[in-house]
Design a protein around this ligand. Structure first.
Ligand code: ZN
Length: 254
């Protein structure tokens, strides 16, 4: 028998809906008893973007069944709804944020590592591999692919609205409130390993002649052994960081 329920998606969850369906009550027709997760995802909204669900006025969980006549209100993080314990859809994220990015986000990954964020990435990971690593290592999935975020095993994730790497970085910092956690020159841009100071004598053989001549302070990746110093790339990085911080100062004014 054909059944129907109504959904209202709030705030940034409307980004997943076509313009004519935004900020209004949607009627959803279904058969059997789908889980709320599946019904929301059929409408376009991946579950990791949802912070809370009200089912007929009561807090509900992703795997609760949908019944005919149900009225759903679905909220993104940061909405004014007071999220007490019974609203929680997933365990609270503990510790510094760790990310895994999909194969199309190489530029974003480099800039995230530049700011010191732990971001796992390989350009040949399949979607199931990304979902498996995210689950095993408790990583937040970053992607431009809504389908990937619908994987059941993905607990934390975010769909990047912008296609432009610098704007994407700002989105991530804003969404996960990482403004206070920028830690440049702490993570290897190439492999995500930790960077530590190293004596010049230990790396002197790996340095180009001019670097050997003009620089005294060096850092080395503890995983791939790549050597870093505060050369022209460091200056560019600082400019980039100032730009990022400037964006936040500006954003706070409004
Ligand atoms: Zn490295």
């Amino acid at each position: 028998m054909q059944q129907s329920a109504s959904f209202y998606f709030y705030g940034s969850l409307n980004d997943f809906l076509p313009p004519e369906k935004r900020n209004r009550q949607l009627h959803y027709s279904f058969q059997d008893k789908p889980a709320l997760k599946d019904a929301m995802e059929a409408l376009g909204v991946p579950h990791p973007e949802v912070a809370a669900i009200l089912l007929n006025g009561q807090p509900a969980q992703l795997m609760d069944p949908l019944n005919t006549g149900d009225q759903l209100k679905v909220y993104p993080p940061g909405h004014h709804l007071q999220l007490t314990k019974e609203y929680r859809l997933r365990p609270e994220y503990v510790g510094p944020a760790k990310f895994i990015a999909d194969v199309h986000l190489g530029k974003l990954v480099r800039s995230m590592r530049m700011l010191g964020f732990n971001c796992c990435y390989e350009n040949n990971y399949s979607d199931p591999e990304i979902a498996a690593i995210a689950e095993k290592e408790a990583r937040i999935v970053l992607t431009r692919d809504r389908g990937l975020l619908k994987h059941k095993s993905i607990v934390w994730g975010y769909w990047l609205r912008s296609q432009q790497p610098e704007e994407q970085l700002l989105e991530v910092v804003r969404h996960f409130t990482l403004e206070q956690e920028l830690n440049p020159l702490s993570r290897c841009i190439a492999c995500n390993g930790r960077i530590e100071p190293v004596p010049k004598a230990a790396v002197i053989d790996q340095l180009p002649p001019k670097t050997r001549q003009f620089f005294e302070e060096f850092f080395q990746c503890q995983s791939c052994r790549r050597v870093y110093w505060k050369g022209s790339h460091y200056e560019r990085m600082q400019e980039f960081i100032r730009r990022v911080e400037g964006e936040f100062l500006q954003a706070r004014k409004y």
